[in-house]
Structure formats: C-alpha cells, structure tokens
Design a protein. Sequence first.
Length: 299
Amino acid sequence: MVNHTTSLRRKVIALSAAAALVLTACAAPSAASSPSPAPSTAAPADVRTRKVVNAEHELVFHVVDGKLPALVLDAGGGLNSSYWKDLAPRLAKATGSKVITYDRAGEGESAEVSGPWRVENAVSDLEAGLKELGVTKDVVLVSHSIAGEVATTFVTKNPSWVSGAVLVDANVPDFFTDEMLTAFAPVIDQQKAALMAQPSTKNNRQLLAVMVDYAAVHRAFHRVTWPNDVPVTVIVSAGTPFEDSPEGARLWRDGQEHFAKAGPNRKHVVAEGTTHEGIATEHPEVIAAAVDDVLKTIR
C-alpha cells in the first residue's frame, strides 16, 4: 500500500528540488526508501564543526582537515550534511583532501529562513562559510540534486574559487527547458496546493519556498552557463528523480546529456543500479571515482 502523502512529497521534491524521497508504507524501509537521515548529534573526533552567521542566520559546517583542493559536499533538497556521513570520510581518506559538508539554510542544524528559496541566497551562504573556513581557491564541488543549482551559480560567480566539480544527479540548466516547465506547470500547482493543505512543517516550508515563482526562477537558471575552463563530471542515476514518469525521466536524461556535451572538460557517467536519492549509498564508488578523476585533471 502506497502512502499517498509520501507519494505527493516524492513528486514535489523531484520537480522542485529534484531529490525524490522514495518512502513506502506497509513495508520495511530500504536504503533507497528510508527517510532523510537525521543530523548527527555527535561528530567524529576528526571532524570540526563550525557555525557561521550570514545575513543574520546561522549555518553549520563540518570540516575534515586535509590538503587542497578541498572537497565541498552539498546534498539535495530535503537532505542535509548527514547524507554524506559515509562518503565524506571515505573521500578524506582516499584523497587526503580537506572535506567540507554543511547544512543549507532550513536544512539539518542550520537555521530556517523565511521567504522564497533563491539560489543567490544559497550561494551567499556558501561563500560566507568558505570565507570563514579560509577556503576561497582550489575548491571541488560535489553537488547532489538541487545543489546543482547552487554549484552552477556559485562557479559562474566565483570561477577563480572552483577547480572542478562532480554533479551527482543534479539540477543542470539544460533540464529546465520551456518544454519541461510547460509540461509540469499544472503538476507544480497541484502539488503546491496539496502541500499548503498539510500541517506546516520545516520540510514542507522548505519545499514550498522552492516552488515560489518556480517557472520564472528556472527559466533564468536555464540561461546560466558553466565556465568552459572548469572541469565537471555529470553523474546520472539509472532511476532518475522520475521513476514513475517515463516522460519526466526522458527529459531528465536528455537535459543531463545535453549539459555534458555542451562544453569542453565535461564527462557524462550513468550510475547503473542507483536511484536519485540513494546514489551516494548504493554505489558510492561511482562518486569517489569521479572525484578522483577530477582531482587528477587539476593536480
């Protein structure tokens, strides 16, 4: 039996934050269908936690010390830094790099911010955190789902900071075509109304914030261009965020492939046997290999 509230939530996140949470009722949760992990209450001894204030709200960053380039891991919508709890130490050990994870505003342990979600604000938060940590060059972004919007906007604004990136089934400008936005506009409106009818929660408020002016915001994002001199690997899950929508899955795959072919220094990798949300736990070696490949191109 499918929990219809959960099914709605899954579609909303897929469309507005591209972080499809696959939750089912009347069945034991699996790695691909379990809820978003809760923030860790105690960080390992080798992880430093730093609190950074930007625009009068507090953000939480976790740092494993190491050398540059630094790996900055950013999870998808509805998720937080604990999404990387297994992969972050693996990458730190394998690469020797400084590894930074953090909670975007309204996620995990970071403060909630009222009003519409805007990628420019998320970029400002990340800039503030990296400045506080003294990491304003030799950054490699590892960005999942909606964090792809943050990564793309961040690198176009701060190209000298970023040496490379790995986009993990991430939102890319090429996906948000007029065809996609027109096709899904009625669904967005329907899901927005359904969310507003539910009790207000932190997660629901974050999802609704992303949906404000959705088409206009993403038409603007569609025009953003990734710098040609910044290497990027695009990892696409086999499942996509639209496992129950063949048309949505087609548009997603086409957008990812088009982005990967649209400039030099770009690679396209399909992670077989993975779902959108579970890629970091189902086949983390795909992400690790992509990170290693990017590091080899810049070292």
